[in-house]
Design a binder for this molecule. Structure first.
Ligand code: ADP
Length: 301
């Protein structure tokens, strides 16, 4: 196969590993800088140009689209789809997963377990918003935050009120969420490929911290997940329409709760922690499922 990897930087661990794994399995793999590609959308024959030439002959495309380039990245991916190139994850599914409110609404509609969550922009009754998620302690999150930044644990309703007011002043969309204390500062990252969890790791926050992000000093270890957790992760990826996803789960007293479904999950943490060749499993998924004009939505979304 001839495979395109849409990525801003060929030196990133995940990009490097996907190229390496693809080449090892006998494929031609080309990294395309997402923002450098340009497109003719008005022609009957949709094209993508790159470095002065049309991109031709690709069988599959692996999108590695960072949050900050979602809009343009999804447009480039959609163009590949219109050209009949098979995407590892479809543009509509990626766009869907990047909208946290839409994602949680979709997951809840399909009965996937979630922490009790409220969304707000400028709530006219903060007390009621706090009551809606069963009061303090609770977690407040800025919608656009990543790597745990903008995620605040409020022990009391008074603290929650102040934090909500502060975010309102900054005109931020926020999420107010039940605090899952029993998770003990840990979450589980399930790496889903197709209809399987092919690797899982536990991330544990450093002492005194509740956020388990590795960027916040958390540490990762191998974990055996329960059948219920496995099912929840697969279901969450399916509801989002993602073939490959990183599903983050909190272990609560009433079963697994999905926090987030990531459409470009990183490979470094999961490969290092589990010792699994995740990149190769991703390439094998493409080999089994890829093919021309097999995109379900054909860029229509
Ligand atoms: P980000 O997307 O910025 O990583 P998350 O929503 O994943 O933000 O939150 C960061 C971390 O905080 C999570 O990995 C988890 O350890 C912890 N956390 C988030 N929400 C909750 C919650 N409702 N209850 C308990 N811990 C939480």
């Amino acid at each position: 196969m001839k495979i395109a990897v849409l990525s801003r930087n060929p030196r990133l661990y995940s990009t490097r590993r996907l190229v390496e794994a693809g080449q090892l399995r006998g494929h031609e793999v080309v990294v395309i800088d997402t923002l450098r590609a340009y497109m003719n959308i008005a022609s009957h024959k949709p094209q993508i140009h790159y470095r002065g030439k049309p991109l031709e002959g690709f069988d599959a495309v692996i999108p590695r689209i960072g949050a900050s380039v979602t809009f343009y990245g999804c447009a480039v991916l959609r163009q590949f789809e219109m050209m009949g190139v098979f995407p590892l994850n479809e543009s509509v599914a990626i766009a869907r997963s990047r909208d946290k409110l839409r994602s949680l609404q979709l997951l809840s509609r399909r009965g996937v377990g979630l922490p009790v969550t409220g969304f707000a922009h400028s709530p006219d009754d903060i007390d009621d918003l706090i009551q809606m998620v069963n009061g303090a302690p609770l977690v407040i999150k800025v919608l656009e935050g990543t790597q745990g930044i903008g995620v605040v644990l409020c022990e009391t309703a008074k603290a929650a009120e102040s934090v909500i007011e502060a975010f309102m002043g900054l005109k931020q969309n926020i999420m107010v969420q039940e605090y899952i204390k029993e998770a003990g500062g840990a979450d589980i990252r399930c790496f889903v490929v197709g209809d399987k969890v092919i690797a899982a790791m536990k991330r544990q926050a450093k002492p005194g911290e509740f956020r388990s992000n590795l960027h916040r000093g958390g540490s990762a270890s191998l974990i055996k997940i329960t059948p219920e957790e496995r099912m929840t992760a697969i279901r969450a990826a399916k509801v989002m329409g993602l073939s490959v996803a990183g599903v983050d789960i909190l272990r609560s007293n009433h079963g697994p709760l999905v926090m987030e479904v990531n459409s470009s999950p990183g490979l470094e943490g999961i490969e290092t922690t589990t010792g699994k060749d995740v990149a190769s499993l991703v390439i094998q998924y493409l080999e089994k499922n890829g093919g021309p004009h097999l995109t379900r939505t054909k860029g229509k979304g």
